[in-house]
Structures are given as structure tokens and as C-alpha cells.
Design a protein around this ligand. Sequence first.
Ligand code: GLN
Ligand code: ZN
Length: 763
Amino acid sequence: MALTHNLGFPRIGAKRELKFGLESYWKGQSTRDELEALGAHLRERHWGKQAQLDLVPVGDFSFYDQVLDMSFTLGNLPERVRGFQGDALDNYFRVARGRSAQSAEAHAGCCGGVAAGEMTKWFDTNYHYIVPEFAADTTFALDASRLVEQLREAREQGVAAKPVIIGPLTYLWLGKAKDDSNKLDLLARLLPVYARLLDTLADEGAEWVQIDEPVLVTELDADWRHAFNLAYHELKASKVKLLLATYFGTLQENLHLAANLPVAGVHVDAVRARDEVESLLNLLPASKVVSLGVIDGRNIWKTDLAAALDWLEPLHERLGDRLWLAPSCSLLHVPVDLDSEQRLEADVRSWLAFARQKLEELRVLAFALNFGRAAVQAELDANRAAIEARRASPRVHNPAVKAALQQLTAALGQRKSPYAVRATKQAAHLKLPKFPTTTIGSFPQTPDIRQARSQFKAGEIDAATYRAAMKAEIARSVREQEALGLDVLVHGEAERNDMVEYFGEQLDGYAFSQFGWVQSYGSRCVKPPILFGDISRPKAMTVEWSQYAQSLTDKPMKGMLTGPVTILNWSFVRDDQPRATTCWQLALAIREEVLDLEKAGVRVIQIDEAALREGLPLRRAQWQEYLDWAVTSFRITANGVEDETQIHTHMCYSEFNDIIASIADMDADVITIETSRSDMELLDAFDHFNYPNEIGPGVYDIHSPNIPDPQHMVDLMKKAAERIPAERLWVNPDCGLKTRQWNEVIPALTNMVDAARVLRAEV
Ligand code: GLN
Ligand code: ZN
């Protein structure tokens, strides 16, 4: 009998109950008991929805983050929060969120101000974890209470519990040594704690423990590979059976290692690494369980069950009871329940599966394997109908788009003249001063703006009233920018809810869920739009707004667009064609918008690629392929314009060392980036590369409400001028201002414009 299990269930709740519970607790509007009760309630509900599985994950629930949970379980708390007198859960939130000095006043004598733990992306997902902190003298001490309590809870509810923990190597790999010591040296101290944890779980009745080691799908050097062997040989003595879980990619050179570690079973991502399964089976000792992650845990499409069975049936024949079935990874990365959706069009809806539906697919697969396809014929027929309908749908396949893609040539991505020629023409045309000032696009999204938008969506005001309200906001931001004396203005993006959704809503090929939320970090969720079909642009998307804004001023007005790579990376995208193809379609659609803006007289156009870097594959060997199509997409979008039209791009991060050649290859006339917090050192990458075009290194951090000091900004720009010739520098903030208030924005930009004046006189 093939057995079914799950690696993790979304914890946030189908209606984001956990988010609201956490935020109410943090504001002091509910008690800790209420929050704990909510946690227990969600766990119970989620276990209930997984009851049909043979093994159900326990310990995947978290009040903030599973990596931070592990740090507490292992007793690895940052020094600054040790010895805290208050409640343990509050201390946990202190590490997760920090506590500012301001609120510390109210907490004088108890907790004091404390810095939040650093947050970073969980592999190639949009989930962010709290980075474990290490030093040479880090020690560990087991606190198994969370897992033990949840196991008991599960047992009382009759759940077939399989505790889930992060493995020792992945835990170390995810962390950061604050003193440049070698984190691997901590392994010897860490392993006894893991050994005790496993025994504790065994004593609590666990037969299997899922131990997650996703680092096995990344490039590991010899030390780390050796450490894997060492660690698992030491843990071999434990009383539980270990299921070593890998996911998000292929094992490649780690395949042999993973197959031979002394564990009772191995889980592999059979969506992204299906081609490796055969080799794994050949390497794997005949005693071991093989868990195949056959349902995509990273996307929202229905599985083609017949195709999955075609592949699985011979494997089942061969493996018998040793075969387990699961989603490819934890379902943390997909929304909870398609049944919540009331507004999706029937066809698109019939193509989708969220977490609950994916588990139902798993049940059907196992049933078909164990009892024959006929036992679930109705389910298989319904699945086949949906798969075929999607495959044949004219809403998915648009011949005109496919034909346009056939016509793609390198020339489409080529500016008419090289940068130096363009720069001269643009200078003559735009007549900007040295150190020109600009902003990144958005101005504050005020309560009035939000209210107008929600009234419009609810049908309480009509389109004309809504547009008039947005135009008034645009007029206001133009007035403010003129008064500030900025050189290149923006319209302020009042009419945009979100930089991806706004474009998705106007493109054919996109659908939007109501409750398709996925946890990004803590209580924060994102609702990625669903890109289901060939992408086309029925009509201009931004031209009217930009044209209106330009009509209010003699200064150049920047047209403002989101780039194809960012739209792709922040959406759920189709799985029936390569990502590159989808990206090129997006590129062609946004290119039309660029050309329409140009035609409408907009002479500076910014194309944001905030998410370009985060799309990098997990393995470096695959970086170049991604960068090639990503850069090509940007070039197709941007480079059809005349020499006089100035193309800007913006990226809100600053680690460019690895990708600087590709960034230069985008050939934007101006790039604005985040640099203020790094003292301009991040410009070194541009300097060493001899980056040829213009750069606006952000001079102040928009995440902080603090008003930046003019002299500090002057000093930063002087540092920038040591690396980049002054005539190629712009002065701007790190990112858009939508999360700030006008009373912060005005003084901050006043100081920034003053700083630019000083620079013009002094540099
Ligand atoms: N133009 C966008 C804004 O200013 C850019 C946002 C971003 O880079 N994340 O809001
Ligand atoms: Zn940004």
C-alpha cells in the first residue's frame, strides 16, 4: 500500500485568522490566552482537514516562523534577549519583530529596546525566515515544550502525528555567524541536542520524524557534505525513524549522499526533480522508504492525475509499501482553500487546486494506486475534463500572442544608439542640472486614497468620481514636487493598489483570487495574481494618468511601469510553458505601453524590476540561463524607444556583485538602487565593473520615519562620486514613498533637494 503524508500545512488560516489574531495581540487588544486558543483552534482545524492522510505534520504550525521556532527549540536565542523576565511567547515576538526604543519607554524596567532578528528569503520562495545568529561560543539547550505540547494535542485528537523539524545542517546553513567564525564548528555542540530532541519525540509516541534538509538541493562544499555524513551517523542511534526531506530542486551531486545517509526514508521533490527519481531508486538501499512529492506545492494548478499515475504505477509495482506520496514541499507556499473563492470565473477556477484540494488529489492518487483506477473513476474523469479544458481553452491560447512571440528578434531589444550618443541627445532635450533629483514613483497612499478605492470597488462611487479623486491626488503630488524643486517628477501612483496587481488587472491572461493569501513573513501575506493564459494588452494602461500628470507641469514627468520579470516573479504563473516564454509575453505587452507613453510625449520612462534578483535559481549553475532571458525580457520591454527618450529602472536591493554584468546589459540610461544603509560601499560593484550608464544611489532609507540630514546626504553622495563620475549621478531616495506620510515626505525631500544644491556647488 502506498502511504500518504503531508510536509506542512498553511498556518495562516483560510481567512487569515492568524494574521488578525497576531496583530490584535501585538496591539494589546487581545490576551495571550486568546492568541494561544486561536493557535490551538487553527491546528485542530488544519489537522482535521488532513485527516485522510496516513501521516499528518505536527510542529509545522508557527506563531511567526518555523526557523525561529527551531532556534527556540534548540535554545539558540540571541544574546540580547536572554535573561528576559517576561513571558516566553513575548520574548519570541521580541526576536521576531524587535522592540523600538520608543515603545521601550512604556516598558522601562521590563524588556527595554531590542533589535529584531534579521530576515531573509527561504530558499527561492517569497517566504522570509528569521536568521539564526551564531558565534564561536554559541551553546545550545533543548526546549522541546512546543513540540511536545503540540504532539499531545494531536494525540488527544486522534491525529496520526509525524513531527516536523528542520535538520541540523540546514539549520546551521540558514544562520549567520556574527563573529566570522565557522558555523560548522558548532555541529558537535548541536548534535547532542538534536539527539535528545528525537528521543523526546519518540518518548511522546512519534514513530516517524520528518527532518527537513532542503540545503541538499544547493551546491555544498566538501566540508558540508562531510558534516552531513557525520551528523546523520550520530543521529542514527535515535529511537525514531527519520524521513529526510529535501525539496525545491534537484539533488544532483548530492544524490549519492542523500541516498546513503543512515535514515529510514527520503523525500524528494518529484515535481522539480522528477528526472532524478530513477537514479535515486537505483542508489537507495532496499530497506528505505521513498516519499515522492508528486503534487506541486509551489503552484496552484490541478495535477494531471492520469499522467501522474502513468508515471507512478510502475514505481508502485517496484516499491510496494516503500512508496509514500506527498506534495513536493510544505503547502505553506500555496493558499488554503479554493472553496473560499466566490468570484473566480468558472473555467479558471476549475483548473486550480489550493492546499486542501491538493491533499484531495493526493488521496485520489493513493487510492488509484492501492485499489486500481476504477476505484476513483469519477474523480479521475473530473480531473481529466479539467486538464483537457485548460489545455484547449481559447482563454489560455491566443494565436496572435504566439505569433508575435515567433517574431521576436534580438533587434527588438536593441536601442538605436549606444549610451554615450543617447546621453548627449537626452541632455540636450531634458536640460537637467548636475545631480538631478527625482523620486522612485509612489507618494503616500493616504487614508483618503484607500477609502476612495474601496468605495469604488464596493460600487459606492462610480468610475468618474473615482477617477476625479485620483486626479486630484496626482495634481497634489505634482504641486508638492514643483514646490520642492525636484527636477524629474512622478505622478505618484495614487491609482495603484499594488505594483503587480495593477498591471495584471489590465492584462488579458490574468485572474485574481479573493482569499489566495500566502504568508510572506510573520503576519504579512501576499496574494499573488494568477497568470493563466497568453498575455496581451487590450488597451493602454497608464497613458492617460501620465499624460494628465505631464499636462500639469513643464518639468519632465516619468512614466511609471512594472517590468516583466517582476510581474512574473510576483505572480503564480502557468506551468504549461517555460517561465521564459511567459516572461517574453509580458515583455511584449509592456513594450507596447512604453511605446504608447513615448507617443503621448512622456520622455522619461521608468520600468521597475524590484524582483529581478530574487528570481535567481537556487543553483549558481543555472543563474546565467535565468539572467539571459530576464535581461532579454527587460530589453524587449524598454529598448524600442528613440534615443531622446530616457529609460530608468529601479531595483530595491543592493547586492549587485554577482549580477552586475547582467544589470549593465539591461542598458537602462539610469538605474536607481537602494544604498543609503550601506554607506555607498555597494557602489563598489558598479565601480569595479566600470558600469557605463547613470546611477541614482538612494540617499535615504524610506523605511524609517526619520527625516534625513542634508549634510549626511551630501557626504553619501560625495562617497558615491569617488566611485562613479559625478556627471552620471542622480539624487533620489532608496525606494517609493507610498508607506510614508506627507508630513514626513515633505521635510525629507526638502533636505534632499538642498543636498543636491550643495553638491552642485561643491563637487
Ligand atoms: N515605483 C514603485 C514605487 O515607488 C517601486 C516600488 C518598489 O521598488 N518596490 O512604489
Ligand atoms: Zn524599491
